[in-house]
Design a protein around this ligand. Structure first.
Ligand code: ANZ
Ligand code: ZN
Length: 811
């Protein structure tokens, strides 16, 4: 009987829930507050199956926490500034704002059909002026604290999107969105001083997050402990950064980045033409390509020499593109015996190589025959005073101390992390709240003039300049300091600014006196934050930085925005490949909901793989969950069919309470697939129980009630229908999560398999408390066991407690 009809059940309850406001978070509702958040989406136009995976699955966890008595805040909004809106505007001649808000309206409708407990009263979009006003306010606070500054720097220029990209947005030398090869350009840009927090960002405290994310952030920050060493050159003192000061006596030349400011002064007339040509060629390459492993080393001699600080030797100064101007001091002391890049360079240009670290094995490094550098540990040789000391990365502290005493080296820690470049030459973002005055220079906009709204009806052409530069009337303003004429900054902020603090806004989304209401700040940090691994560096690092700045501003007491982080995997196409229109393997959740209902889609997404792994979509796989929910429906509402069964009351209680325990533990650790498997198994027992005499007992009705509660987080609509259809009061979603009864899990008797010579001959029901002798007594008395042992000698007895008996007989 296929009476389960999600299409009548689901809209009915969605409407009822909305009408009664059962998911509205109220601070006074009682229970310990619990803030769960899934990374908010970009309003691209349509919710795809990945959105369902990211929002509907964690929803089960949020519902579970709520039933456990927590006062759960589970909000949602839209990360609505950004390029796609602007590209749509350019392509189709439409208004980015209209496009964005139409998408938000459409996607909110789709969201509501998912059956989540999202509190929609808190929804906002980051392109709302009431929101981005606070981006501007933060920018001004950052500016006043010296954390927002403008500097001329080489930037990653995306020639297709015609904008600057942050390092984090360049993947393998290409723009993250456009895929275009990124060029380097010198431009004046706003930066946030995230490097001030580099060290603190390496400390994750007791934040519970995947090791992988921790590692990616740590590598991105890229802390290097080493020393700075000064070399005299004809253009003044040049300081190099090295992680291997122990190799100083092996430094046989210096290498400067081609863009290094001293190159000009160091280049002799004889070398000038060659040097200039080299610089020109290097400027056309990305940093990533320049550093690619195995790439043939190239460089040019400047014609000048530096003085080695210990030996006093004159060592040549070269330029080479494997040295980056953006790291360390932009120059290195080259040690060909210890560094592979330097080694290849020295071999190619026939520069001296001196062994300085000899491995414990005593193997001597012969510069003439060596094919690679030795970067390992050992004893320092050929180094005068340093001879006999331990060499290698782990042993530099003693060397630094020795060199420091002589004034040759200073300890120095360097980070790969760069300041966050926030200027974007685009329209659809937060206007940067500063003005330029010929007399007073850069002036922040007074706070009472915020928000500076984006002008409407601007022209969209990718010109390499912000479209705001074309709006003369908007640009023209007065200087807040002298009252004279001034012009507005026309760049907008990187949209990662928007997502850096939105989790704080949700606690008081309509607050007008500040970014969030301080009296609600205790709801932070987020207790559980969920989202894709693709945000491991960008978003998560920025929001951690922002939180620390807010703490230092006195806005919050927390140093981290979330207590725990969990990443979901990705739903792939049937073919195990990424879903994409071109592959034709895209699964549309709307179609699935139309066919099976939202509960089935939810359950299938939870069931198909561990949520943290994700996996391929199986088009026939969804039938299983649908059949299961139909079976559940009929279990509750149809008359029993099929042969009589004999499930005892103890069996029933054992199954139900075992499942409560299992599902509770599984939901705690976000193991949704195993929880559903347990519920499916319990369904089998309940179907049998329904055909047993126990179906007349109160304990059967209680079993159904408990099952109904367990089902609620996963299939919220069906669970509500079962609840009300069973004549129960109120919403199932406002009930308490059941506790398991440990007594029900203690079985009074156990079934033991009885083998003779390894073959199963019988099963014995024995008291759970029976000892080995008692079990053998029962086993050996069973007729089929007697038949196989009679007249034979028992030579061995094997007993696996509570499970198995094996008697070995002879003759
Ligand atoms: C001498 C030396 C000897 C080095 C040796 C290494 C091995 P990490 O660990 O990545 O921080 N270096 C410094 N600045 C550089 C730049 N701007 N571009 C390219 N390379 C640069 O690497 C630090 C090491 O990378 C430094 O230590 C320096 O080479 C090089 F046996 O100095 B070393
Ligand atoms: Zn002025």
């Amino acid at each position: 009987s296929e009476r389960y009809n999600p299409h009548s059940i689901e809209p009915k309850w969605q409407q009822e829930w909305e009408q009664k406001g059962i998911y509205t978070f109220r601070e006074d509702a009682g229970g310990q507050p619990y803030y769960q958040l899934a990374m908010f989406p970009y309003p691209s136009g349509n919710l795809h199956i990945g959105h369902w995976y990211a929002f509907a699955v964690p929803d089960a966890r949020a519902r579970f926490m709520r039933m456990r008595g927590y006062n759960v805040l589970f909000p949602m909004g839209f990360d609505s500034f950004g390029l796609p809106a602007e590209n749509a505007a350019i392509k189709r001649g439409i208004d980015p704002k209209g496009w964005t808000y139409d998408n938000i309206a459409y996607m909110t409708g789709q969201f509501k059909r998912m059956g989540t407990m999202i509190d929609w009263s808190r929804q906002f979009a980051t392109s709302d002026p009431e929101y981005y006003r606070w981006n501007q306010w933060f920018f001004i606070q950052f500016f006043k604290r010296g954390l927002a500054y403008k500097k001329e720097s080489f930037v990653n220029w995306d020639p297709v999107d015609q904008t600057v990209l942050a390092n984090e947005q360049v993947i393998d030398g290409r723009g993250e969105r456009s895929g275009a090869l990124v060029e380097r350009r010198l431009m004046s840009q706003w930066h946030f001083k995230i490097t001030d927090y580099a060290e603190e960002l390496l400390n994750f405290g007791d934040t519970d997050m995947p090791e992988r994310v921790r590692l990616m952030q740590t590598n991105w920050i890229g802390k290097s402990v080493g020393a700075e060493i000064d070399f005299d050159t004809p253009a003044g003192v040049e300081t190099v950064f090295t992680t291997r000061p122990d190799t100083i006596m092996g430094a046989t030349f210096l290498v400067l980045a081609p863009e290094h400011p001293k190159v000009e002064a160091l280049t002799t007339e004889a070398q000038r033409a060659e040097v200039e040509a080299y610089i020109e060629a290097a400027s056309r390459m990305s940093e990533i390509d320049r550093q690619a492993e195995g790439r043939e080393k190239t460089g040019v001699f400047t014609g000048s020499f530096a003085t080695h600080p210990i030996s006093g030797h004159q060592i040549p100064i070269w330029i080479a593109d494997y040295v980056l101007v953006t790291y360390g001091t932009g120059s290195i002391m080259a040690v060909p015996s210890g560094d592979q890049r330097d080694f290849e360079f020295a071999k190619k240009y026939d520069l001296p190589i001196i062994e300085v670290v000899r491995p414990e094995s005593g193997e001597v490094f012969d510069p003439a025959s060596a094919t690679e550098a030795y970067s390992g540990e050992g004893i320092i040789v050929n180094s005068g005073e340093l001879d006999g000391m331990r060499g290698g990365k782990a042993h530099i502290a003693a060397v630094i101390e020795k060199l420091a005493q002589r004034g040759i080296a200073r300890p120095k820690t360097t980070y790969r992390l760069r300041d966050w470049l926030v200027s974007r030459q685009r329209y659809w973002g937060t206007p940067i709240p500063v003005v330029y005055c010929d007399t007073c220079g850069i002036q922040p906009v007074p706070e009472d003039q915020l928000p500076i709204r984006l002008p409407e009806n601007v022209a969209f052409r990718p010109t390499g300049q912000s479209p705001l530069t074309l709006d003369e009337a908007w640009k023209r303003t007065t200087c807040p300091s002298c009252g004279g004429p001034a012009t507005r900054e026309t760049d907008t902020m990187d949209t990662f600014v928007d997502s850096s603090w939105y989790m704080f806004r949700f606690v008081s989304p309509h607050f007008e006196q500040g970014p969030f209401d301080p009296s609600k700040a205790h709801l932070l940090p987020i207790d559980l934050y969920t989202g894709g691994i693709e945000h491991a560096i960008l978003h998560l690092l920025y929001t951690r930085f922002w939180t620390k700045v807010m703490r230092d501003m006195g806005l919050t007491e927390v140093s981290e925005p979330f207590k725990a982080l969990r990443n979901q995997g990705i739903i792939l196409g049937e073919d195990n490949e990424k879903m994409s229109k071109s592959r034709g393997n895209v699964v549309d959740p709307d179609d699935l909901v139309a066919e099976y209902g939202a509960d089935t889609v939810r359950v299938y997404l939870m069931f198909l793989a561990p949520w943290s792994d994700g996996g391929p979509w199986n088009p026939t796989g969804i039938n299983g969950p649908y059949k299961w929910l139909s079976r559940v429906y009929s279990l509750f509402f149809d008359v029993a069919e099929g042969p009589a069964e004999n499930v005892s009351e103890a069996d029933l209680r054992f199954a139900v309470h075992g499942t409560i325990k299992k599902v509770t533990e599984d939901l705690e650790r976000m193991s949704f697939n195993t929880a559903i498997a347990a519920l499916m198994e319990l369904t089998n027992t309940l179907v049998k129980a329904k055909r047993s005499p126990v179906a007349e007992a109160a304990s059967y009705r209680e079993a159904l009630r408990l099952f109904n509660l367990l089902l609620a987080p996963f299939a919220p609509h069906l669970a509500e229908e079962l609840w009300s259809g069973s004549g129960r009061e109120g919403s199932v979603h406002l009930q308490s999560w059941p506790e398991f009864d440990p007594a029900a899990l203690v079985r009074s008797s156990v079934e033991v398999v009885v083998q003779v010579n390894g073959k199963v001959r019988a099963r014995a029901e024995v008291p759970a408390s029976a000892d080995q002798d008692e079990v053998f007594a029962v086993a050996l008395s069973l007729p089929n066991v007697v038949a196989h042992t009679e007249g034979k000698e028992i030579v061995k007895r094997i007993y696996v407690p509570g499970k198995l008996v094996n008697v070995v007989v002879k003759g």
